[in-house]
Design a protein around this ligand. Structure first.
Ligand code: IVH
Length: 681
């Protein structure tokens, strides 16, 4: 770029960032997503660093564009912000960097939720709260003591602190339930709705007319404690101390001793943050030992001992470069969109499912289109929309294939179904390979040395074509495979041998009968107890089972009537696999364990059993009575009044605001109808 272009670009970014700051801080409106805002700011910082002489004196990177409401107060210790990233790889780099800073020492980390609110500093003298100050530009902030006293329930007098004068820092925020209640009040009055809890928190703490914000119940989580005469040994100890002093703290924190545990925490909360009573926009990873923190120090902007991993918006856009067609285990052909790589929910993504032919037709997709991609709940990304206004006149529409891209067989479509299938179950390679991989899956026969590469190698030399062939595999032949050492061959054969003892329900699932997942396989195994009885089951008998519909029944009948599958079954039986449950045995149902024992994790082992529920509001799928009945059938109890002993509040439309507020106060998880249904299932 020419210097004049760079200068123009810097001006454009400065204007944009200033504009969004003004909307945000002065009008309480967010016109841009956090992610897009961060991208703008990041680009501006990069350009200013590369061309310092072009940096503008009015650049917003010099401090955030706040409006002053109170007297400016200098912070005794600067209130820095955190370095942040949207990429998991940068968390790994952070951990490595930290370890290098203090070699030969064990470094523990502490992960905390990054609360999406407003940072505050609370000053206590002689145990009394004397001042509440905003972060401001980091060096000095605004005294908002009067506002805080109105809208925040902060400990006013603390006797249990290590010394009389200290500072507590943390985040003020509006609990989701309070926000919802306020907005439902506004919608009843026909007033415009507030955009989000964070903006409303910022607006509330800076409101000119205090009387207007009296009903805005904000909350505060403390996360730092500063005392000139007392050092906490660790961040965890500081949080515990703050809790003991009467502050709410982010109780879902976790001490992690390696990067894997940090990632697990990040992934866990990506899924479950929606269950928390507060908006969480990321995870803060800090070095736990405060002495180590001091050794690492800070840069001008942020501490070296911490980083914020920010959850990305789960939607982004990119350019569609190509569509390929993948053949799955059941022969279903799935169109896959290939697009320019984009960061999404922590990883770079370049491919997303387009589901089926109908979806392509409905979206009316063309090559080169700008497409929107979503990654909900960390599953496979999917294309959720297209911006037709940006379509090039000369681009070509995407056409769904008519023949199998792997074996050339003409595709079939089940009447009324959306998917096209390749009917060549016996010879279509991707189907055969995927079927074998499914058979070896951990939850099926658990032959863990049989991964995609081994399956490719076995098919390459035609040593194996189906699951039964695995059990006739001999050492001499297997050891000839490319890349197979003696040890890996022995391991593979030992795993195959061991799989013979896998119980009947695992085998039933492993067979890969269409629509038979793990749960249905268990149910069928428990009911029929042997392959022979299942094979003999009539359509009526199968249909009589709970949760087994026509599609599943037809698939079971088709499977057992198919001579190709019959031959494989005979092979498996001859090899001595478990074709029946042992007499009078049950099946141990695996429990979905939550990854840790964090305060708000609602789906811990035990699920509904002996848990206490309160139901409030109206629901879409079920009546209150039906939900209550379902809970009781699953071993739970339904109470009418909320107390701190209640385990879950099931909140529907127009749930009682006082119930919601109490649940927040007692940290009782608030679940929606769908969460409850999942829990019961
Ligand atoms: S620690 C040196 N911990 O995130 C800064 N910050 O730029 C130490 N935030 O506005 C901050 N949750 O107020 C820390 N658990 C948490 C946090 C947290 C939210 C905010 C903080 C600041 C921003 C970081």
């Amino acid at each position: 770029m020419e210097p004049s272009d760079i200068s123009k670009e810097i001006k454009r970014l400065v204007d944009l960032v200033r504009y969004y700051n003004e909307c945000y801080f002065q009008k309480g409106i967010s016109e841009i997503s956090d992610y897009a805002y961060d991208q703008l700011l990041e680009r501006l910082i990069q350009l200013e660093q590369a061309y310092p002489h072009l940096k503008r004196p009015d650049s917003p990177t010099e401090g955030i564009g706040e409006r002053s409401v109170g007297v400016a107060v200098a912070h005794q210790i600067p209130m820095r912000s955190l370095a942040k990233t949207y990429l998991e790889a940068e968390i790994v780099q952070f951990v490595e960097r930290v370890k290098k800073m203090v070699p030969d020492v064990v470094v523990d980390f502490i992960c905390e939720p990054k609360i999406d609110g407003v940072a505050l500093s609370l000053l206590y003298e002689q145990g009394h709260l004397v001042r509440v100050v905003t972060r401001g530009d980091g060096q000095k902030g605004d005294d908002i003591t009067a506002h805080a006293t109105q809208c925040l329930d902060l400990p006013q007098k603390i006797q249990s602190a290590p010394s009389a004068s200290f500072e507590v820092r943390g985040e003020a925020f509006m609990p989701k339930a309070v926000f919802l209640a306020l907005n439902s009040g506004r919608s009843a009055k026909g007033a415009p709705l507030w955009a989000n809890p964070r903006n409303l928190t910022a607006g509330t703490l800076k409101a000119l007319d205090l009387a207007l914000v009296k009903d805005r119940q904000l909350a505060f989580y403390g996360y730092s404690f500063y005392d000139a005469s007392y050092n906490c040994p660790t961040q965890e100890a500081a949080l515990v101390l703050l809790g003991r002093m009467g502050f709410s703290i982010p109780s879902t924190y976790k001490v992690c001793d390696d990067v894997r545990a940090i990632m697990d925490y990040i992934h866990y909360w990506a899924q479950h943050k929606k269950d928390l009573p507060v908006d969480v926009d990321g995870i803060v990873v800090k070095v736990n030992n405060l002495h180590q923190q001091r050794m690492m120090g800070t840069t001008a902007k942020s501490p070296r001992w911490a980083i914020a991993y920010k959850y990305q918006p789960e939607m982004a856009h990119s350019i569609l470069e190509k569509v390929s067609f993948q053949v799955g285990r059941t022969g279903a052909v799935t169109p896959v969109a290939h697009f320019r790589p984009i960061p999404l929910a922590g990883t770079m993504v370049r491919r997303a499912s387009l589901h089926n032919a109908d979806e392509i037709a409905r979206r009316d997709l063309y090559l080169g289109d700008t497409i929107f991609i979503e990654k909900g709940g960390e599953i496979i990304p999917k294309v959720v929309g297209v911006d037709r206004t940006r379509r090039d006149k000369n681009s070509k529409p995407i056409v769904f294939v008519r023949a199998c891209p792997a074996c050339g067989t003409l595709l079939h479509r089940t009447p009324g179904g959306a998917a096209y299938y390749c009917p060549n179950t016996q010879h279509c390679l991707p189907q055969l390979k995927a079927t074998l991989l499914h058979f070896a899956h951990r939850k099926a026969m658990d032959i863990h040395t049989l991964g995609p590469k081994t399956v490719d190698a076995l098919f390459e030399v035609k040593l194996v074509q189906n699951a039964a062939d695995l059990y006739t595999l001999r050492y001499e032949a297997a050891s000839q495979l490319a890349g197979f050492q003696a040890l890996s061959t022995q391991k593979l054969l030992a795993n195959i041998q061991a799989s013979k003892t896998k119980p009947f329900d695992h085998l039933l699932f492993a067979l890969g009968i269409k629509h038979i997942g793990e749960t249905v396989a268990k149910q069928l195994a428990l009911h029929f107890r042997s392959m022979e009885r299942l094979q003999r089951a009539t359509q009526a008998e199968l249909l009589a089972l709970p949760n087994i519909g026509e599609k599943i029944v037809q698939s079971i009948l088709d499977y057992f009537q198919d001579p190709y599958q019959q031959a494989i079954l005979s092979g498996l039986q001859a090899a001595g696999l478990q074709f029946a449950l042992p007499e009078s045995s049950g099946i141990l149902m695996p429990l979905d364990r939550a990854q840790n024992s964090m305060a708000y994790a609602p789906f811990e082992a035990g699920l509904c059993a002996s848990k206490k529920f309160v139901i409030s509001g109206t629901f879409q799928k079920f009546t209150r009575a039906e939900l209550a009945q379902a809970i009781e059938q699953a071993g739970g109890r339904v109470l009418s009044a909320l107390s701190s002993k209640v385990d879950y509040l099931i909140a529907g439309h127009k749930a009682g605001p006082s119930k919601l507020a109490k649940a927040m106060q007692w940290s009782i998880p608030i679940l929606e109808e769908n969460d409850l249904i999942k829990m019961i299932q």
